[in-house]
Design a protein around this ligand. Structure first.
Ligand SMILES: Nc1nc2c(c(=O)[nH]1)N[C@H]1C(S)=C(S)[C@@H](COP(=O)(O)O)O[C@H]1N2
Ligand SMILES: [Mo]
Length: 253
């Protein structure tokens, strides 16, 4: 009997955390082992770059499959005020004492890419747009979820207002910390995707992403960028902070 092909961690670049994260993601969802993938793809497990290429290709294929299954009109559940989690948890890739301080007076939201009107936005201009609120559940990949109340501008309305190319593939976000992420256009246009300026009927506090975050109740927490400084529309895959480390890019709920 042939020994079962198996990838031992030390055969690939051990410093490659993205390989390990990708491995975990893909193997939770499929019954393939990395050994089987290397047999199918014909690449040598000792060639970590080739393995990496195959895994990333599988991951992007998985993103497209998930995007095809996404129902752009299906609504995430909403909750009564009594269901709100207090206090709402803070989370970031750093601790709460390191939350970036964004000065509201010189804040300008930058716009780039496939957008007709790229004039930057001041906070007062964003506050003057029609506002809505929603109470939804935030689900973090680290194993907790919490219900919160967010307020702000329907993101689709904002994208239409600035003349974004709504046929482009991606909307990307750059944040005041070193965080960045991107979403598919269908999710950007989802009726519950919210350009968020308020939390619990107050101006969004620093820990929850002042001056602005994107709240997406149809996606995992890490797809909800806080402290947004720039928004861009593009057809070139922009990736993201956790996504580039191997977390699944689509990450829908
Ligand atoms: N700019 C920025 N946005 C971010 C993060 C971050 O580290 N920086 N962390 C993400 C993750 S993993 C989660 S769970 C949520 C946490 O949001 P909260 O602090 O409002 O609970 O923010 C997301 N957006
Ligand atoms: Mo998260």
């Amino acid at each position: 009997m042939k020994p079962k092909p198996r990838l031992s961690r030390d055969l690939v670049d051990p410093s490659s955390r993205s390989i390990q994260a990708l491995e975990r993601r893909l193997f939770l969802k499929s019954s393939l082992s990395l050994g089987a993938i290397t047999l199918l793809s014909g690449c040598n497990v000792t060639d970590s770059e080739a393995v990496q290429r195959v895994l990333w290709a599988m991951s992007r294929w998985n993103d497209r499959a998930q995007a095809a299954l996404f129902d752009p009109q299906r609504l995430a559940p909403t909750y009564p005020e009594s269901a709100i989690t207090r206090p709402f948890p803070f989370n970031a890739f750093y601790t709460e004492d390191e939350v970036p301080e964004v000065d509201p007076t010189d804040y300008r939201l930058e716009l780039a890419g496939a957008i007709r009107d790229k004039r930057p936005w001041q906070l007062t201009q964003l506050y003057a747009l029609p506002q809505i609120t929603q109470i939804t559940r935030h689900v973090c990949v680290e194993g907790w979820s919490a219900i919160g109340k967010w307020g702000g501008v329907n993101f689709r309305v904002f994208l239409e207002l600035i003349g974004a190319d709504l046929t482009a593939k991606y909307v990307g976000f750059k944040c005041a910390d070193d965080y960045y992420t991107s979403i598919d256009m269908a999710t950007a246009l989802h009726p519950q995707t919210l350009l968020t300026l308020r939390y619990a009927d107050q101006v969004l506090p620093p820990r929850y992403g002042f001056p602005m975050k994107l709240r997406i109740p149809t996606k995992l927490g890490f797809k909800n960028p806080k402290h947004i400084m720039a928004i861009f529309v593009t057809n070139d895959y922009p990736g993201g902070y956790w996504e580039d480390k191997g977390y699944n890019w689509f990450s829908g709920l």
